[in-house]
Design a protein around this ligand. Structure first.
Ligand code: ATR
Length: 270
């Protein structure tokens, strides 16, 4: 029996226990997977208690992904470039830090939604932790260019510089977005959490595939995309399930089938 959990604050809303229970059922792997609310200033102690109780691994969500990076004793390349960890595997005395967010997004885009990122122009809105977490796996798909636009231009410029060694990137302020359409727009801002949509040129959505990393509701970005002739509009529920599947495989070696899980979780969430 594997012992897993997800840490966050808040954590009550987390769908991870349900998703992992479905993976376990399907693969015949026995797991227990709990939700653990860590006090904001006590993530390391709370995680250590769980490790000492015989844990095999855990997921980490907002706001502890950087704390989890600091806790890990080893880091995958994804975790290293993201500067954040959402999955830890306990391996003897080692805590191996991985970040499956970007792989989850890429798997959802390419395998579930049938979108080839090769040679595409991608516009990412936002330059915070969420953007840092997805850039490497996106660049590994060899898009023509990734443009990062942020309310605070300097953060987008810095992020584009940090990732320039992995592919073609550029960064600028939201106001520099032109009416020229792009192939794919990814909303990685936290604006949706506040019921807001960054104020940008509407023409850029024309015929673009628009993807919000948020899930579980029709976001202002999704409304904006639909109202401005986007080709297709998606939320991040598929990414949520795929990042969980990558974590499950990292821990157990078993690759779950995700299509039915995405359907089940969407039905639960509607
Ligand atoms: P996360 O880990 O979710 O990425 P974050 O690191 O705090 O969270 O980053 C939030 C991102 O959303 C930032 O890019 C932020 O822009 P700033 O860098 O200018 O703060 C962006 N953001 C949040 N609210 C926004 C809004 N109302 N309009 C535009 N961008 C917004």
């Amino acid at each position: 029996m594997y012992k897993f959990a997800v840490f966050g604050n808040p954590i009550e809303h987390s769908l991870s226990p349900k998703i992992h229970a479905l993976f376990a059922q399907q693969t015949g792997v026995e797991i227990e997977y709990s939700k653990i609310l860590a006090p904001i200033d006590k993530f390391p102690q709370t995680a250590q208690n769980f490790i000492d109780s015989g844990a095999d691994g855990f997921n980490v969500t907002v706001p502890f992904k950087i704390n989890a990076f600091e806790l890990a004793t080893q880091h995958s390349i994804n975790a290293e470039t993201a500067g954040a960890v959402n999955t830890i595997k306990v391996d003897g005395n080692e805590l191996i830090g991985e970040n499956t967010d970007g792989m989850g997004l890429v798997t959802d885009l390419t395998q579930n939604l049938g979108i080839d990122l090769g040679n595409k122009v991608v516009l990412i809105l936002g330059a915070g932790g969420a953007t840092r977490g997805i850039l490497l796996p996106l660049l590994q798909q060899q898009p023509k260019r990734i443009m990062i636009a942020n309310r605070t231009a300097s953060k987008a410029i810095q992020l584009a510089k940090d990732f320039a060694k992995f592919g073609k990137t550029c960064g600028f302020g939201l106001e520099k977005i032109k009416n020229n359409p792009v192939d794919i727009i990814i909303n990685a801002t936290s604006a949706s959490l506040d019921g807001q949509m960054p104020n940008i040129a509407t023409g850029v959505a024309n015929n673009a595939i628009c993807y919000d990393l948020m899930y579980g509701q029709q976001t202002p970005f999704m409304d904006w995309a639909s109202a401005n002739q986007a080709l297709k509009v998606f939320d991040g529920l598929g990414m949520l399930v795929e990042q969980a599947a990558a974590a499950f495989k990292f821990w157990t070696g078993k690759q779950p089938e995700t299509q039915t899980v995405i359907k089940t979780i969407r039905a639960l969430n509607d």
